[in-house]
Design a binder for this molecule. Sequence first.
Ligand SMILES: *Cc1c(COP(=O)(O)O)cnc(C)c1O
Length: 426
Amino acid sequence: MPVTPPAAPADVSPTDAAVPQDFDALLRQDPEVAGILLAESRRQSDTLQLVAAENFTSPAVLAALGSPLANKYAEGYPGARHHGGCEQADAAERVAVRRAATLFGAEHANVQPHSGSSAVLAAYAALLRPGDTVLAMGLAYGGHLTHGAPGNFSGRWFEFAGYGVDPDSGLIDYAQVRALARARRPKAIVCGSISYPRHPDYGTFREIADEVGAYLIADAAHPMGLIAGGAAPSPVPYADVVCATTHKVLRGPRGGMILCGAELAERIDRAVFPFTQGGAQMHTVAAKAVAFGEAATPAYAVYAHQVVAHARVLAAGLEAEGFEVATDGTDTHLVVVDPAPLGVDGRSARDRLMAAGLVLDTCALPHGNGRGLRLGTAAVTTQGMDEADMARIAALFGAAVREADDAGRLRAEVRELTGRNPPYPG
Ligand SMILES: *Cc1c(COP(=O)(O)O)cnc(C)c1O
């Protein structure tokens, strides 16, 4: 059970605690690396960040990440560490665990996984044995690497069966999921994707898992922030284990987390440490706690709903520009489009967009039509853009992909948009 940590001692103040975050010192000591960091900072503020998996963390999250807790070794769990001096590391992890469990209504939270992939690895380690069969979304339809890619541990150590989407609607074909589950008798079913713009039907996945005696693992890396803000349904009441990242819509530091019921808590904890990881990154754990605190505020709920509203405006605008929009729209931060009706393939379309300062990914298209474009509204919404800005971005897409306008002029319009909404004002 979560233990309430002591409040920060009254005698600690930022002036006497040695927190050596001094960018000027880095610039003097190592201009080569400092220059790279400054150029990256400029890239992030000068171009439009539409990579669907990215966001801008708050200065408070960045402060926790740059804190001396980065120096601390803390193998184990609060109250049971293998290293001395873990008092504050324990306090930070207890706050993070308590906030995550409260935010998502889960009985147990593990906030140590170094990444989303580490979280999935630990979930498989807790529930499966090598050679077991797992049913997950096929990679061609938006399954993640950890859902059976041949070059990933998942594809090497487990037998994967892949479900897809209905070719007309682009929606998950639950009849196919059920038929595959009956035929293959998987030990676990995974729901979650890197590019599915709609909500999975967690209740139906639960029913199918129960019919065949499989565990249900929700890999909610993408929508976890929408879930926190009440803008997407939660898998927590349905799934045995929920894996997620903390750095996508959720807007925390780069990392992973796992939620589960009390009965699996110990298996999950042992699967994270000592099975798949050594010492947790305690500065990241502290930054996760800060992000969970932010995600519990009314302002974050407003943000999460705006992210979805913005994605809908963007999807409608892109459709009007002639792009084919997967599933005819979106319920989330994700929009997937095929530029083929404009006579351009996904890779060339992305190159043209990048030249105009619009940064995004290509992705697999559900019907094997080559590659499409995947974009998300989490970062542009964090920096304060509104629905009118989304309509302008859609128009920029049309102009850039058709090469209807000179890339330099489009670049200037992107600069105007980002200049009015800098990710880190001041
Ligand atoms: C992003 C993502 C992951 C992995 O996250 P990393 O932190 O990059 O390892 C896993 N599963 C899904 C569905 C994702 O979208």
